[in-house]
Design a binder for this molecule. Structure first.
Ligand code: ADP
Ligand code: MG
Length: 596
């Protein structure tokens, strides 16, 4: 006798249910995700006995037709994907078509649902995978699902449920993970006929506040700085805790494309950004939202697991680290900036718009980096540019003490002024400080370009009439090898034919003539036989030199203030990357020598 046979659906569904529906929390999560996928803007969750007796989700989403509601409870019934390749373009929470089939295999389910276009709705009752009743009903648009006596037919499962308190905690944990990514959806959670949570529609920040901000005098979200960066690969937004708010009991959340995820590797990136700022066992809280092309992540793993694979993990790690680090650094030197703007890194991707000014870290105009305590670490600044010819550096004025002086209280006496069309000078308590305007600007731009290349984030201004760059046959390969980097610094370019390229966008700081001649300079000067990092620095420096404000150009007060602010926000600013002096201090001693 043959002994292999197919399991009846009810048994197969029960087995599958073991994976998808492990406890009331997972059931609620699946139902709420369905409501979100159905476009609901209001979702009510009602539970009795931590979901054991009743667990109900009511939404105002698009509802289901009479036939669809019946289909919805079949296994692998889904409206969200058609074919395997759709899995790589997912923008919905659900896609497996398993949840409803699993739930109705282990509980008594009653649904009421109506679509906007239908005059009457449908009610359907199912228990242990068998349909008990289906009939027309008057009901509002949307879906209302009641799940009663979860695991009524699986006593073992029922026995394994923990105390109500623990199950309720699990429900909240799963619920927050969804509620935090859908701040525009209004949620209500009712337990034992009492409203446990009422979350109005709002911003992400308001949602965080509504969930976690209940205790304490100050707004919970005041403990955070805003992070934001936008690169071609990924965009990252969110909030990270100020170092002093770190503790043992913290909230740490990553979300990707509207889905909660655990990611130990990215967690490490965040922790690395805090190194030196927090010690011991304490940790910062964070709420970080990633947005990435769905093709570059893989969510098709176990239904209840929250790990998600990224195709380009290392690059995302770097971008995340840089983003958090910048935000914290910014916060450190400007502690009083408002939550909404502090630490925001403006790094727009190439969207074709013209940007008159270079991307910069938003700073309030009144902010003077030297009046606050935090100091950029200048101790190792020389090692940053190993190629500098040290003989050229005149140390007779005591570089080290000059650098320290920059940060003393009451160091700055007045606003910067221009002198000889070449220098910006300011009176300080240590002497008269001169800054070479062209070199200073080149340093700032150099830093911007290097960062754009690291983050692969292009900022370009489109030009009305594309330019053509003609090159010689030997230069073609050279240009092609540099093309990715050139794009990252702002040249929107394509190869036209064997020896020419069309340029339709240029770095935002330049005009077309300048940009084209800079392109020539880079082709001539960048030596691609050097290691990659080095030739990219060469490229950045050549471009920065061409783009920087020329000698003889009159600068207005605002431009000078901005330039000075940006210059002193750099890690290294006394010398250009190729070793030319940027800042010179005329001290009392120096003057004395001339007054003998
Ligand atoms: P999945 O979400 O993976 O598609 P489910 O078993 O959770 O699978 O749901 C099956 C189908 O039922 C969904 O694809 C959707 O078309 C429909 N559905 C489920 N819940 C709702 C709801 N609240 N509103 C409208 N349609 C729903
Ligand atoms: Mg679903």
């Amino acid at each position: 006798m043959d002994i292999i046979h197919l399991l009846p659906d009810s048994v197969a569904n029960q087995i599958a249910a073991g994976e998808v529906i492990q406890r009331p929390a997972s059931c609620i999560k699946e139902l709420v995700e369905n409501s979100l996928d159905a476009g609901a803007t209001r979702i009510q969750i009602i539970i009795q006995d931590a979901g054991r007796t009743l667990l109900q989700v009511v939404d105002n989403g698009k509802g289901m037709s009479e036939t669809d509601v019946r289909m919805a409870f079949e296994r692998h019934a889904t409206s969200k994907i058609q074919q395997a390749s759709d899995l790589f373009a997912l923008r919905t929470m659900g896609f497996r078509g398993e949840a409803l089939a699993s739930i109705c295999a282990v509980a008594q389910v009653e649904v009421q649902t109506r679509r906007e276009e239908d005059e009457v709705g449908t009610t359907l009752e199912i228990a242990g995978s068998s349909v008990i009743r289906q009939e027309p009903i008057q009901c509002p648009v949307g879906t209302n699902i009641k799940v009663k006596n979860l695991f009524f037919n699986v006593p073992v499962r029922r026995k394994f449920l923990k105390t109500d308190q623990t199950e309720l905690r699990n429900i909240l944990t799963d619920f927050y993970r969804v509620a935090l990514v859908y701040p525009k959806v209004q949620f209500t959670l009712v337990s034992q006929d009492e409203i446990l949570l009422e979350l109005p529609a709002g911003t992400e920040k308001q949602r965080i506040e509504a969930i976690f901000g209940k205790s304490g005098k100050h707004a919970y979200t005041e403990q955070f700085v805003h992070i934001e960066s936008d690169t071609e690969l990924v965009s990252i937004r969110g909030f990270v805790g100020k170092p002093e708010s770190a503790g043992k009991n913290v909230q740490q959340y990553f979300f990707v494309n509207g889905r909660y995820m655990r990611h130990p590797y990215f967690h490490k990136a965040v922790m690395t950004a805090y190194s030196g700022m927090i010690q011991g066992e304490i940790m910062p809280s964070y709420f970080i939202y990633f947005d990435i092309n769905p093709e570059s992540i893989d969510v098709n793993i176990h239904p209840t697991k929250t790990e998600i694979k990224f195709a380009d993990e290392q690059m995302v790690f770097q971008i995340l680290l840089a983003t958090v680090r910048e935000a914290l650094g910014k916060f450190n030197i400007a502690p009083s900036i408002d939550f909404d703007t502090s630490g925001k890194i403006e790094m727009p991707v190439n969207r074709g718009q013209s940007l008159a000014t270079p991307p910069h870290i938003a700073t309030p105009s009144s902010y003077n980096p030297f009046r606050t305590q935090a100091k950029p670490n200048l101790n190792n600044w020389q090692t940053l540019y190993p190629s500098i010819d040290t003989k050229e550096q005149d140390t007779s004025l005591g570089e080290q003490s000059q650098q320290q002086a920059l940060f003393d209280e009451e160091f700055w006496h007045d606003e910067p002024q221009q002198f000889a069309g070449k220098y910006i000078y300011m009176l300080t308590s240590r002497g008269l400080m001169f800054v070479d305007q062209h070199r200073a600007h080149a340093c700032v731009l150099y830093d911007t370009y290097v960062r754009q290349m690291e983050l692969k984030s292009a900022i370009s201004q489109q030009i009305l009439f594309p330019e053509v760059l003609d090159v010689t046959a030997d230069e073609v390969e050279h240009v092609r090898s540099m093309m990715d980097s050139l794009r990252q610094v702002g040249y929107d370019m394509e190869q036209l034919d064997k020896t020419s390229f069309s340029i339709s966008g240029i770095p935002p700081q330049m005009d077309t003539t300048q940009a084209m001649s800079a392109l020539r300079h880079m082709i001539e000067e960048v030596d691609l036989s050097a290691v990659e990092k080095q030739w990219k620095q060469q490229l950045a420096m050549t471009l920065a030199n061409d783009a920087a404000v020329a000698y003889g150009k009159t600068m207005i007060q605002k431009e000078m203030n901005e330039l000075i602010d940006h210059l002193f926000a750099l890690k290294s600013y006394l010398w250009t990357p190729n070793g030319k002096r940027v800042v010179y201090m005329l001290t009392d001693e120096e003057l004395k020598k001339n007054f003998t």
